[in-house]
Each structure stands twice: as structure tokens, then as C-alpha cells.
Design a protein around this ligand. Sequence first.
Ligand code: NAG
Length: 347
Amino acid sequence: MVAKIQFHKISLALFLCLGFLAVHATCRTLQDASTTMQERHEQWMAQYGKVYKDLQEKEKRFRIFSENVNYIEAFNNAGSGNRPYKLGINQFADLTNEEFTSTRNGFKGHLYSSIDRTTTFRYENVTDVPTSVDWRQKGAVTPIKNQGQCGCCWAFSAVAATEGITKLKTGTLISLSEQELVDCDTKGTDQGCEGGLMDGAFKFMIQNGGLTTQTKYPFQGVDGKCNAKAAASHAATITGHEDVPVNNEQALMNAVANQPVSVAIDASGSDFQFYKSGVFTGSCGTELDHGVTAVGYGVSDDGTKYWLVKNSWGTTWGEEGYIRMKRDVDAAEGLCGIAKLASYPTA
Ligand SMILES: *[C@@H]1O[C@H](CO)[C@@H](O)[C@H](O)[C@H]1NC(C)=O
């Protein structure tokens, strides 16, 4: 009898203990999963120097971060069959797609009709173009820059193309000033951090007599008053600008074979926001909202033709700040509309 009671006691204790362990274990598993995401958010915040104004904001950002991380991992795990590119948890991981596009994509496609498109195209009879070009290897591309939260991609695109033609003309690569365009090029289509057009920037450079250096007129990332003294010191001059014939990837190739070219694209999708590596194949639309620079083209290891594109979102986005975008697609306007409104400065 005594033994039996003791057995009962022991088994009860064992049962309770096991039961407790089981519940505890379940809690720990759940906790671990959410702690991991929270830890990842904390680590990500530290990595990118993110600070939130209060706990409420932090919780909101955590929720968006979690959703984005889940999206990115599901995308990457889905198998690469028709997706030869990967997404990554970059500096935009706590932003919704709407927030992301509203602050960064400042190409004013709807203003384009207010600028006369040029008709002369100096590369129209170019026939012998190499199968691949990388202007970085020719020293005609400055290091990746970062526009921050200023919607002045148009300035970065125009400056990169101008840096390229200046190097080809003078033999010297100089980092030029986007801020001068943001502050001083305000009379036509261009509105600083609120957006603009590359052709507008080229027009300003011609009228102003040139553009100064990054050193003399450094990037601030906000609209400012034009520093006329700095803007009067010209480190680079262009004589004109030309538009690449519309919706013609072969014409674009002829141009890019000869110099870095400003291009406008539709960069509004989540897949563009989180692009990490590989040849980007979309999905994307063709409503142009972002200015970037085609600094080459080539063919990937698996035979996919691509455009080599310099972005202005720092080196933590894409392939060290660059994206390779599929070239020679079925649509005449090119992937994400890359062949719709390309242009370049002439020197
Ligand atoms: C291209 O060739 C045509 C026909 O020879 C010529 O009329 C045109 O001026 C050339 N274009 C350029 C930019 O040289």
C-alpha cells in the first residue's frame, strides 16, 4: 500500500514534471522563433544604424521587417527555375513598398513630354560593337554613391553619365556634384529631392557652363539654397545631349558601347527593392520612376544577356550597388522600360 501510494506520487510528479516540460518546451519553441526574428531585427538595426523614435514605431517597423524577411526568404527558397536572381535583407527591409518608392524614385516620367526629345543620334550607324562592355574597367565610373531619402536619382544618373564622358574626353575621372543640380537646377522640370529628369540636368549643365566637383559641392541629401560660388567653378563641361531612339535595345547597346548612358526604369517593385544578385528578370512594369546609369552590358555564365546598371542606393543594395538587368527581352521597351528614355551628354 505504501509502495503503491509512493508510486502514484512519483508518477504524478513525473507526469506534472513532464507536462510542465512539454508546455515549457512548446513555449520555448514559440519564443525562440519570435526571438530569432526580433534578434534579427536588432542585429539589422545595428548593422544599418537604425534608431526609432519610440517603442510604437519600433513595433511597427518590426512587423514590416518580419513580413519583408518572410517574403525575401520565401522568394529565395522557391527555387531559381525562372528566377535567376536573389533577394536580400538590405537597408530597405523595414519599409513597405509604398514608403520605399515614395522617397527614392524621383524620375518624373510624366514630365517628360514637356522636354523636347532630340532627334540626332550619333551612334545610329555604329555596327561593330563588342559583345561585352564594362566602363568600370576603363576607369570611367566613380564609386557607388547614395542618394539617401532624397528623390534625386535623376541627378545621380545624369552625373554618372557626365563623369563617364568627361573621363573619355579628358582622361581624368572626377566625382561631380549632384547637390549642385538639386540646389541650382530648379527652373525647368527639375525639383531637387522631389524629382526631375536627366535631360533637364544636361540642359542645366549646358546653360550653367559646367558642373563642379563633389568635393566643392558635397551631397547633403536635402534641398538647399544654390551655392552660386561653388556652382561657378566648373570641373566638367558638356556641349549637348542626345536621346537614344525610343524602344530600341540595339540602339541603346550602340550608345552604351561608346559611353555610360542615363536610363530611366520602373524600379517600384518589391523585387527591385530587395534585389541582391544575379540577372534581374522582373517582375516590373514600364512606368518610369527611377533614373540610373547603364555602364555596360554583357552575357552571364548561363548565357543570359544583361545590362550593367549603376544605382545610387549605396553598396549594400544589389551587387555592391549595381544591378544586372536582362537585356534583349521580347518587349521593345526593354525590361522595366530601360530602352524607353535613355540619353547621354556629348562633349
Ligand atoms: C548614318 O548613315 C546615313 C546614311 O549613310 C547618313 O545619312 C547619316 O548621316 C549617318 N548618321 C550619322 C549620325 O552619322
